[in-house]
Design a protein around this ligand. Structure first.
Ligand code: KG4
Ligand code: ZN
Length: 342
C-alpha cells in the first residue's frame, strides 16, 4: 500500500510517499520520499512566520514539491492508494493550500483522504511499529507543548499542556532577545554547546501537582537578566545565558515527563516535534528514563522527522485509516483538536 502525505500547516511545504508492507503480524513502513521545501529564509527578516507570505509560498511550491516527491519515490498518482493531509491546527491560509490540493487529487483520481491532525502526525513520527501501550508522548514544537497519553492507535488524552508559550516559541523568543537568528532552537543549541559556564534561570511549574507547563515567565526572566547585565554583548556571557535557558527548559520537560509516565503507568515514552531535535533534551530524557524508569522504552523521533514533514502525516494516515473520507468531507480547521482533556 502506498500513501501520499501532504503537510502545509505552517511554513514548510511538504509531501512524502510511504509504502506499508503488511507481511506478518507487524506492518513494515518504508519512506520512499520525503520532500520539505522550507520557507525559513523568507520569514527570517520578520523573526517569525508571516502568515500571508507562508500561504503564497505554499501555493507556488505545492505542485513542484508533490511532483518531485512522486518522482523520487519512483511512483505515480495512479499507484497511490490513499492520501493523508494535515487538516489542522495551523495557519488557515497555509492549511487550505494543502487540503485543497489533496482534495483536487482525490477528486480527479477517485481516491480516499485520511484527514490528519498535525500533532497526531508528530506523534507518529516517533511511534515504532511494535510499540507497547500505554504510550506517553511529549510533543514539543513551535506552537505546542503537550503531554499526551495514548492507550491505543487513534486514542489520545491530553494530560498536560503549556498555559502560555510553547517550548519552541520560548526558544525562538529567547534567541531574538539574545540577537540570535530565527529559528531560535538550533541557534540557542549551538550557542549553548560553545558555553563553558551557565547562568541559573527559574524552572517554572516544576513542582506543580499537575503536568502543565509555563515558559513565558522564563522568557521574561532571561529578558530582565539581559537588560540588567552590562556584559551581555560579550560572547561568553551570551553563550552562558543560552546554556542556562536551555538547561531550565530541558529540566522542566524531563521532570514532568518522568512524573507523568510514573503516574499513568506508561510502557513507552515518545519525544516528538521540532524541539525534539535538541540533543540536550534527547540525552536528558534518555538518561533519566534509564535511571528512574528502566522498564520503560524511550523513542525519540528520528532527527530527520522532528521538524514539520509529510512522512509523519502519511504514516499517521496508515494507522488511523478508519478516519478516511471522501474529498467532499475533508476540511481545514485552524484550531482542530485531537484529544480529550482529563
Ligand atoms: O514542529 P515544528 O517544525 O513546527 C511546529 O509545528 O511548530 O517546530 C519548530 C520549532 C521552532 O520553535 C524551533 O525553534 C524549534 O522547533 N527547534 C528547536 C530545535 N530545532 C528546532 N528547539 C530546540 N532545539 C533545537 N535543536
Ligand atoms: Zn509541527
Amino acid at each position: 500500500m502506498k500513501i501520499l502525505g501532504i503537510e502545509t500547516s505552517c511554513d514548510e511545504t511538504a509531501a512524502a510517499v510511504v509504502e506499508i508492507e503488511k507481511r506478518g503480524p507487524r506492518p513494515k513502513i518504508f519512506i520512499l520520499s520525503n520532500i520539505v521545501s522550507s520557507q525559513i529564509s523568507l520569514h527570517r527578516k520578520y523573526g517569525g512566520v508571516f502568515p500571508e507570505i507562508a500561504s503564497r509560498a505554499h501555493l507556488e511550491n505545492i505542485i513542484p514539491v508533490i511532483k518531485t516527491c512522486l518522482k523520487k519515490a519512483k511512483t505515480s498518482l495512479a499507484e497511490i492508494d490513499k492520501l493523508g493531509v494535515t487538516t489542522g491546527p495551523g495557519l488557515i491560509g497555509s492549511l487550505l493550500v494543502g487540503v485543497n490540493t489533496a482534495k483536487s487529487i482525490a477528486y480527479s483520481t477517485n481516491k480516499p483522504i485520511v484527514p490528519v491532525n498535525h500533532l497526531v502526525g508528530h506523534i507518529y513520527s516517533a511511534l515504532p511499529e511494535n510499540v507497547d501501550f500505554p504510550v506517553l508522548a511529549l510533543i514539543v514544537s513551535g506552537g505546542h507543548t503537550l503531554l499526551v497519553l495514548m492507550k491505543n492507535h487513534g486514542n489520545f488524552v491530553t494530560i498536560g499542556q503549556t498555559r502560555d508559550d510553547a517550548a519552541g516559541e520560548a526558544f525562538d523568543k529567547v534567541a531574538a532577545i539574545l540577537g540570535l537568528s530565527y529559528p531560535g532552537g538550533p541557534s540557542i543549541e549551538k550557542e549553548a554547546s560553545l558555553a563553558n559556564s551557565s547562568f541559573w534561570f527559574p524552572r517554572p511549574m516544576i513542582r506543580s501537582s499537575d503536568f502543565d507547563f509555563s515558559f513565558s515567565g522564563l522568557k521574561t526572566a532571561v529578558l530582565y537578566f539581559v537588560k540588567q547585565n552590562k556584559d551581555v554583548r560579550k560572547i561568553n556571557v551570551r553563550q552562558a545565558i543560552a546554556r542556562g535557558f536551555q538547561e531550565a527548559v530541558v529540566e522542566v520537560l524531563t521532570e514532568k515527563t518522568i512524573l507523568a509516565a510514573k503516574k499513568h503507568k506508561a510502557k513507552s515514552i515518545l519525544l516528538c516535534g521540532g524541539v525534539a531535535a535538541n540533543k540536550t533534551l534527547r540525552n536528558s530524557l534518555k538518561t533519566e528514563i534509564k535511571k528512574r524508569l528502566p522498564s520503560i522504552k524511550f523513542y525519540p523521533s528520528p532527527l530527520s522527522l522532528t521538524t514539520d514533514n509529510a512522512a509523519m502525516i502519511a504514516i499517521a494516515a496508515y494507522f488511523i485509516e478508519s478516519n478516511k473520507k471522501q474529498w467532499y468531507d475533508v476540511f481545514a480547521d485552524a484550531n482542530e483538536k485531537f484529544t480529550q482533556n482529563i
